[in-house]
Each structure stands twice: as structure tokens, then as C-alpha cells.
Design a protein around this ligand. Structure first.
Ligand code: ZN
Ligand code: ZN
Length: 271
């Protein structure tokens, strides 16, 4: 939650940006989308803007920033939204639904930008020079995680997922194997996780274990609990690093924070 307790890690919900050459891929449209939209318009000025928005799922914290994403009001912006529909009949219905007049003053159909909505294909697909593959996450409803293979490195993004109760995460392990960056739901500490099994979120201990086993280079602890403040996240991060030391691993761990930029091969960045 935003406030004095979260000034370092931030209080917005999920929204990340990947730049690969001239390709712009946005991962989810949580409340962080507002600041990203402003930054993109400031950067591009009056030039046309081509954006790709990949949606893991349509839970509110992953789409509620969309109506506040300024590029959607600009005719010079082309936006391709890709994701799965969850329980609504279509992905478009989920996006348009949250902009019905009950909830928002501007309706989806009236947006000035050129928006193309596509359901996720079954197979791998390309966004410019990035190859994208989806994998089902263990989360209520339909929720995907993505493996994005850019020319500069591989990023795996699982914002909302719970480790399988039986401990069999074999397909997940294969999916994330050797990723340069793994952005993974690590919402709870071990005690909280035990109390909230079945809620569809992760645990720091299990995230680190999974990343170590999969040979991931960098793990980003993600989807911070709304009740966790900066101090608590510091503690979780320290705990994660201690596990890595104990296991003599080379995995690097960071906690996601607003404005964090990661460069792959010195050129690419994940925001
Ligand atoms: Zn969710
Ligand atoms: Zn979420």
C-alpha cells in the first residue's frame, strides 16, 4: 500500500516495461501503469507510439491502472493487448467492463488510441525480436506466466503463482530454467504462507529454492503483500540472501521496487 511505510519499495500494483531495440513490451497494467504512461508520452512527444501489453490475468490489481494509462487517449498510440480471458467471455469484455459508466467516466469504445485485443495463442509467439511463451500459473482463475527471450537475455515473469502443494513443480522448473531474470510471486514469509495456502501466492523460501534449482541468475521477489512495509521487505530480502549463502549458490536476489531498472547485456532494461 502506498504511504510513508513504503517509500522505498513503492505501493503501486503490477506494471513492468521491457525495452528490446525499438520494441516496447508492458507486463500487466496495475496502478503502476499511470506513471509509465506519463513517462512514455514525455519520451515520445508527438511521435507515434507502438506498445504491446501482455496481461498475466485480469485480477483487478493487474488491470486497474489501464484507464489511467495516458497513451490510450492518444490517436498516435497503437496498442496490442494480449492475454487470456479468465472468466469473462473475452479479454476485451474484461477490459471494457472496468470502464463501464458505473466505474469510470470514459468508456472503452471511446478511447482515441488504436487498440487491438488478442487472446493468447497456444503456441510461442513473437513480439518484434522477443520470443514469448506462456505457462499456466497456479492461481485462482486463468493466470499465465511468461518466458520472454530477448536478444539480450531471458526474462521469466510469474507475478501471481503459488508453489504446487505436492512440491511437484517440474514443468515450472523446466519453464524458468537458466533465466537471466526471474520475477516471481514471493508475497509471504513461511508462516504467512502456511496460513494462506490456496490463495494463489508464493513464499520467499520456496521462490529461492525454485530459482536455485532452475539455475536462474537473478531472482526478483515480487507481488509484495499490501501489509508489508519497507522494513518487512528488507527482512524478507535478507532472509532470501541467507538461503542462497547457505546453499552456496550464485543466485542474486533483489526485491522489486518502483523504478528498478535491470540491464541485460548493457542495453536492455526491465522497469
Ligand atoms: Zn491474481
Ligand atoms: Zn496480483
Amino acid at each position: 500500500m502506498p504511504g510513508p511505510g513504503t517509500v522505498r519499495y513503492g505501493g503501486n500494483t503490477t506494471c513492468l516495461e521491457i525495452r528490446s531495440g525499438s520494441d516496447i513490451i508492458i507486463l500487466d497494467a496495475g496502478t503502476g501503469a499511470r506513471a509509465l504512461g506519463k513517462a512514455l508520452l514525455a519520451e515520445f512527444g508527438h511521435r507515434p507510439l507502438q506498445l504491446n501489453l501482455l496481461i498475466s490475468h485480469t485480477h483487478w490489481d493487474h488491470i486497474q491502472g489501464f484507464p489511467f494509462f495516458a497513451p490510450i487517449y492518444e490517436p498516435r498510440c497503437r496498442l496490442t493487448i494480449m492475454g487470456c480471458a479468465n472468466s469473462r467471455p473475452s479479454l476485451e469484455a474484461a477490459f471494457a467492463g472496468q470502464m463501464e459508466t458505473t466505474y469510470f467516466p470514459v468508456e472503452f469504445e471511446k478511447l482515441a488510441s488504436q487498440i487491438d485485443i488478442q487472446e493468447l495463442p497456444e503456441r510461442d509467439f513473437a513480439i518484434g525480436s522477443t520470443l514469448v511463451r506462456a505457462h499456466r500459473a497456479n492461481h485462482p482463475g486463468l493466470c499465465a506466466g511468461f518466458r520472454l527471450q530477448t536478444p539480450a537475455g531471458t526474462i521469466c515473469f510469474f507475478p501471481d503463482t503459488e508453489p504446487n502443494a505436492g512440491g511437484d513443480d517440474r514443468s515450472m522448473l523446466d519453464f524458468i530454467r537458466a533465466a537471466d531474470v526471474l520475477i516471481l510471486d514471493s508475497q509471504y514469509d513461511h508462516a504467512e504462507f502456511k496460513k494462506r495456502a490456496g490463495w494463489g501466492h508464493g513464499c520467499v523460501d520456496k521462490s529461492v529454492a525454485l530459482a536455485l534449482e532452475a539455475g536462474v541468475k537473478k531472482l526478483i521477489l515480487f507481488h509484495h503483500d499490501p501489509d508489508h512495509d519497507d522494513k518487512k521487505i528488507d527482512l524478507l530480502l535478507r532472509h532470501a540472501k541467507q538461503i542462497v549463502i547457505k546453499k552456496k549458490g550464485s543466485l542474486r536476489v533483489e526485491a522489486a521496487r518502483e523504478g528498478l531498472v535491470i540491464r541485460l547485456s548493457g542495453k536492455k532494461r526491465v522497469k
